[in-house]
Design a protein. Structure first.
Length: 478
């Protein structure tokens, strides 16, 4: 079904929520020529730093979406942690195992997490969406929806209803859409102690370290103050005893900073954003109901300790975007969309376990948190036709490399499929949607044919042109 078939006055896809998930999906759909409308309850973009860590795999996604230069220019490396005791520096603390992360990065151009405040990431994605002709309607609060075999009608607190072929809920952990669908979430409280997180301006504290003030032993929790790369702000995080009514005002934040550190109250000069929360982990029972999909925090809620929430969410969008594009624009069979939940829900469950483990000190930030080793070998979309594959297999993330003078990630970039023909005759893939890259056999792929999906994973691997064309036909690419 093409974009021209969308219901008059509606859109191909309505995306609820203008956070990183919704905006990334909007960008991906817009570059595919689809009419995707993002609607947001608030009057503007989220103003806080919250999800500030971008993992290497997400950096690769953002490169494909065309925003890498802006992300690099707006952020920076994570500073070394500095432990304070009694107003004095007591020693450094590494926030993640840099050597392990670098080893896990392997072929990736990105060998460490990159810090960008969430509000800035959203600004960059929003600008890219507008550049591609996409749009966001602010002040549009969803109150309900109805769906049938042809599409979804979205109802709002004010303004006209919208009609779309599909709807994606990217409206956060308290998702109105998920609740309207009656989809439950299974989870747990990771930590009963409330946590304050705020963006503040501070004088008298250097920006070279992530400053950590451990609990004093009198019942108070920790205090951590991190300089936010690319800004003049710090992110201040403070833990409180269970049952505390957290004061998020300027006076309240000044009080806790002065009580737990050597800072004077007046050193906190401004609060730019503040919130409190109880760390929890939860997974939606389903990621799809009919023509409605859940993505991001609407589908899975993480403790922020592991730096996995925003990253898993953006990759939800990256997985769903090409599939919606294939069905709506390219005539792929609608059951292709069933693979979104099949592929992403197990990944979300795995990353929730890692987030919780990091929060509880059971897992160290390192190879497990960069998300480069994730894949879809068990997916219904994955076909490994070789009897004894060695090295890269169908379902794996397609590694970067330079073959015949061509950087593969440059060849992969865009909404198309890519066929690598390495050390073998180049077959006709039977589809204009497939770009062909020939080259010699060699590491890391070896010899054979590798059909790489638009989201950078090997969908099919083998050595038979006939089997390749059968796969291409099955996915509706011909």
């Amino acid at each position: 079904m093409s974009g021209a078939d969308a219901v008059t006055g509606g859109a191909d896809v309505v995306i609820v929520g203008a956070g990183p998930t919704g905006l990334a999906l909007g960008v991906d759909l817009a570059r595919r020529g689809l009419d995707a409308l993002v609607v947001e309850k608030a009057d503007g973009l989220f103003p806080g730093s919250r999800g500030k860590g971008i993992q290497p795999r997400t950096m690769e996604v953002l490169e494909d979406l065309g925003v890498l230069d802006a992300i690099l220019a707006s952020g920076g490396r994570y500073p070394v942690g500095m432990i304070w005791q009694d107003g004095k520096r007591a020693g450094e603390h590494r926030m993640f195992d840099a050597d392990e992360v670098k080893e896990a990065a392997g072929d990736s151009a990105f060998t460490e997490p990159w810090m960008v405040p969430q509000w800035r990431t959203q600004e960059i994605l929003f600008a890219r969406l507008e550049e591609l002709g996409g749009r966001v309607e602010f002040g549009r609060e969803v109150v309900g929806l109805d769906q049938d075999e042809e599409g979804v009608t979205v109802r709002f607190a004010s303004g006209p209803d919208l009609r779309a072929r599909y709807l994606v809920a990217a409206d956060g952990g308290r998702s109105v859409v998920r609740r309207a669908l009656g989809i439950g979430m299974t989870g747990e409280t990771v930590d009963p102690n409330p946590v304050l997180v705020s963006d503040v301006r501070i004088t008298g504290l250097d920006r070279d370290n992530w400053h950590v003030f451990p609990p004093s032993g009198d019942g108070d929790g920790y205090l951590a103050i991190c300089p936010l790369a690319g800004t003049d702000d710090f992110q201040l995080v403070a833990q409180f005893p269970e049952g505390t009514d957290v004061d998020v005002s300027l006076d309240g934040i000044r009080k806790v900073a002065a009580a737990r550190s050597h800072l004077a109250p007046e050193d906190i000069t401004e609060v730019r954003w503040a919130s409190d929360f109880r760390p929890r982990a939860a997974l939606a029972d389903r990621f799809r109901s009919g023509r409605v999909f859940l993505a991001g925090d609407a589908a899975h809620v993480h403790s922020p300790a592991g730096g996995q929430g925003l990253n898993t969410s953006v990759q939800d969008a990256y997985n769903l975007g090409w599939k919606l594009g294939a069905v709506l624009r390219d005539g792929a069979p609608a059951p292709l969309l069933d693979t979104y939940e099949d592929e992403r829900r197990p990944i979300a469950a795995q990353m929730l376990g890692i987030s919780t483990g990091v929060h509880r000190g059971e897992i160290r930030r390192g190879a497990a948190t960069v998300q480069l080793g994730l894949g879809y070998r068990d997916s219904a979309l994955t076909e490994e036709t070789r009897t004894a594959p060695d090295g890269v297999q169908a379902g794996d993330r397609a590694p970067d490399a330079t073959i015949g003078g061509v950087r593969l990630f440059d060849a992969f970039r865009g909404p198309h499929w890519t066929l690598l023909a390495l050390g073998t005759r180049v077959p006709d893939p039977g589809s204009e949607s497939v770009h062909v890259v020939p080259g010699p056999a060699g590491e890391p792929y070896g010899e054979g044919l590798f059909l790489v999906r638009p989201d950078g994973y090997v969908g099919w691997a083998g050595d038979s042109a006939e089997a390749l064309r059968t796969y291409v036909t099955r996915l509706g690419l011909r």
